[in-house]
Design a protein around this ligand. Structure first.
Ligand code: SF4
Length: 472
């Protein structure tokens, strides 16, 4: 049994990153035709980790099911960013416990919550019916843990691992768009954030390995890659021999893949060189997610964000000026401990100044083990909820205004599949990452087509195909 430890997780040693290329050996089809149910919480990083988990499970012979009652393996890939996910996960596990009383089933928990000290202690004390727990650093242990499973709780979570795995196998969710991890972990230690503890120190993949993965995706006819990292534009800073994120972007652009995106950028690491590379390469999409978190300099300092409101505005305007037709979205936290009304007004002010295309807005969630969790917060939950509602009104106003600019315009849309809400329509995304629903033949799935926008809402657009002449 190996339990997580925040002190260990916080250590950033100077050891070289270890790159693992050798395949993990295990008997293929060991669980032939057994079913698995995998539920994923959280960010794109977790969604992508689930693609790795599915890759391993299907090599072991498992078949995916959407019905947990039908599953031999129930696995929750969890997120630690907010407290409410913690409650949802343990609520869900409670339901799994009942299933276990009547049948032979393996229950597993992995992902960021597994990296939390408190969660593993809670499992040991109250949820011994869980069979396997593994963390973000040892996904490749999953086949072994399942094969060796002996109906006893097995927690295997490493806090400090400086490894990059190049031996993963994936079952990608899409045949047209792919996540490509370029780095793991984060060294920024924003004071509210648990990620540097749950995901470990920053480790960049070698750019040759990233380019090889993208070239393989091109051979399989993928149309879009999203370069993924917790702090994607700090790429390369953890190694003297690695290139910068701007140089990497340039090389990825030269592969010729039609669309390139990247998430998530930190304003502090956003260089002029990056802006120039984005501006001059047509296949790097004019869409940037640039978290501001707060408009108050006092709060930004307490958050450890390393920029001021003024720095952010300068960067924002520079990107707007240089990158043609760019859309910028952001993340905003409301109710950081002791946020005053004046601090909040500064946040509303920056939203008014930037008129973001969209924003993910959240109420601050206290995460044990982070510096912000030690602040004695005097602001009531009710006040925070009031501020969030007020902020959302402003944010949604600008989302709609930005979308309205596209009315009657013709835009290029990468069609990704059938709309979940209306199966007579297909859905896809513009270069600026706006969701478009369009009535069109299924043969257009996976293609980039011209769509005329005929209806505009705050969070999506409707349109029709202008001409069937395809770009790809
Ligand atoms: S840069 Fe992002 S992932 Fe890293 S500590 Fe800050 S908020 Fe967390």
């Amino acid at each position: 049994m190996k339990l997580p430890n925040y002190l260990e997780a916080k250590q950033r040693n100077a050891e070289e990153t270890e790159y693992i290329y050798d395949k993990v050996e295990y008997p293929k089809n060991y669980f032939k035709n057994k079913k698995y149910f995998l539920k994923t919480y959280g960010c794109q990083m977790n969604v992508h980790d689930s693609e790795i988990i599915k890759g391993y499970l299907e090599e072991l012979g498992f078949i995916e099911t959407n019905d947990m009652n039908d599953a031999y393996l129930i696995l929750l890939n969890t997120c630690a960013i907010r407290e409410n996910v913690h409650d949802k996960v343990f609520g869900f596990l409670g339901r799994c416990k009942h299933l276990k009383q009547n049948k032979d089933v393996i229950i597993g928990l992995c992902g960021c919550m597994a990296q939390e000290e408190g969660v593993c202690k809670e499992i040991l004390n109250k949820h011994k019916y869980i069979d396997i727990v593994f963390g973000t650093h040892n996904i490749s242990d999953l086949p072994r843990m399942l094969i060796e499973h002996d109906n006893k709780l097995n927690i295997n979570v490493f806090s400090k691992e400086g490894r990059v795995f190049e031996n993963y196998i994936y079952k990608r969710d899409s045949k047209y768009t792919a996540w490509v991890n370029i780095m793991y972990g984060c060294d920024k230690f924003c004071t509210y954030c648990i990620v540097p503890y749950t995901r470990g120190k920053q480790r960049s993949r070698k750019h040759e390995d990233i380019l090889k993965e993208i070239n393989d995706l091109i051979d399989k006819n993928y149309q879009e890659v999203t370069l993924l990292g917790q702090n994607v534009n700090a790429y390369g800073k953890d190694s003297e021999n690695e290139i910068s994120f701007a140089e990497l972007l340039d090389l990825v652009s030269q592969t010729g893949i039609p669309r390139i995106r990247f998430v998530t950028s930190h304003p502090w690491d956003f260089t002029d060189e990056m802006i120039n590379v984005i501006a001059r390469n047509a296949n790097i999409m004019p869409y940037i997610h640039l978290p501001i978190q707060s408009g108050s300099n006092r709060i930004l300092k307490l958050m450890g964000r390393r920029y001021t409101k003024e720095d952010y505005l300068i960067l924002f305007n520079k990107i707007k000026e240089k990158v043609h037709n760019v859309a910028i979205t952001t993340d905003i936290i409301v109710g950081f401990p002791n946020e005053t009304n004046d601090d909040f007004k500064e946040t509303i002010d920056i939203v008014n100044k930037c008129q973001f295309d969209g924003a993910f807005t959240f109420i601050y969630s206290k995460r044990e083990g982070t510096p912000a969790a030690l602040i004695d917060d005097k602001v009531s939950q009710e006040e925070k909820e009031k501020r969030l509602a007020q902020l959302n009104l402003v944010v949604n106003k600008y989302s709609l205004l930005n979308n309205q600019k596209l009315l009657n315009q013709t835009v290029k849309v990468l069609i990704q599949g059938i709309s979940e809400k209306d199966d007579t329509k297909l859905y896809g995304y513009t270069d600026t990452m706006k969701l478009v629903n369009v009535k069109a033949d299924k043969k257009y799935i996976g293609k980039i087509i011209d769509v005329k926008i005929t209806e505009v809402k705050s969070f999506s657009l409707d349109g029709h195909i202008v001409s069937p002449s395809l770009i790809h």
